[in-house]
Ligand binder design. Sequence first.
Ligand code: DGY
Length: 421
Amino acid sequence: MSQSVNLTHQAVEILRKNDMGGYTVPTLGLYPFQWNWDAGITALGWLSIDENRAWVELEKLFEGQWENGMVPHVIFHQESDDYFPGPEQWGVNRALPTTSISQPPLLATVMKILYEEGKDRQLAQNKLELLFPKLLAYHRWWYKERDLHSTGLVSSFHPWESGMDNSAAWDEALARVPQTEQAYERRDLNHVDSDQRPLKEQYDRYIYLVNFFKENAFDYELIFNHCPYHTQDISLNAILQRGTIDLVALNQKLSQPYDLPDLEVEIERTRQAIASLWHEEKGLFLNRDQHSGQAIDFATTAGMLPLYGRSVSAEQASKMAIVIAEWLEAGKYGLASVHPASEKFDAKRYWRGPSWLHINWMIADGLHFYGHDELAERLRIRSREIIETAGYWEYFDPITGEGCGGPDFSWTAAIALYWFL
Ligand code: DGY
């Protein structure tokens, strides 16, 4: 069997193994439920195997949508002792339990890809008509409840909302959150080495925030005004911006398009607000800490995602391409989430150094869009080499290429299927 065929076969097997009947767990054991941004990437993988199954992944996720439009970051479709914090800790009283926060909204962009690339046109049209109103409600929720003062940037109230949980960019903002006094047992460490996961001190603060949301009865104004952790995440905002652009385009494919002048306003406002987070010397965008009111002076791959968000000037894109090219050379199995020369770089610890395939894909997509095709292609080839070296792990040591975190990981297999297999 050729290597390519073999890699494809393995990736398909991983999705089938992690398929719980309509939704795909990220990996067995460590993450036994459906995660929001994982579901988006995983649907791209299903696209080449079974188009209907790709749409069903999104339908299952929307089953957990709240009445206010929020699509939670985890949908607890089944019970499991493998994970903490589970439904009791979150305290969300719904027939289908969920968490009370969201995650980077990749869904509109994924839906546009499924719609445009699906061969079964009737299926694509039917699914789009079915899911579009839910998607629209989700985007409107972000602007209404997470940008109370119409700044053009939505807020995050938990590092888990960024999907980049223990990113070094959050260190100061998270340090303001008290450590919970509640006794609890971490389950993630039953599955993965502790040197590849967040620290206990960070977990204590994560759990404090989970309790804070519950104690405030999930009231969005109370949380917006009083949450001890309050950031504007450049990656989440760039992904939302791209999603809203794609949502407006998808609207035109509906049998009866909506009037969406509010979203046109949001797109323009966000474009300007993202521009305010540009850092000329670093050649990248930064996050903002809402408590200090300052940009967070620490660069990570998150700051490259405005390329994917279609929110940079041609001149900025050229500067970013130079930065990304150098960053990519700093680790043979890059793109490292934190630059290997940084004193905070930690090669195996989750979002403090490892490379992540779906982030590479988004950055390569952005580079393509701005005409940096050669660099985008280099990133694609490097990403493939990671898989050839290590297989389908959750994330990778960018220096040695070693697979880290959970094995047989859905979004790694899915993005490989979609992007280069
Ligand atoms: C975890 O449990 O590690 C997740 O990243 C939270 O979403």
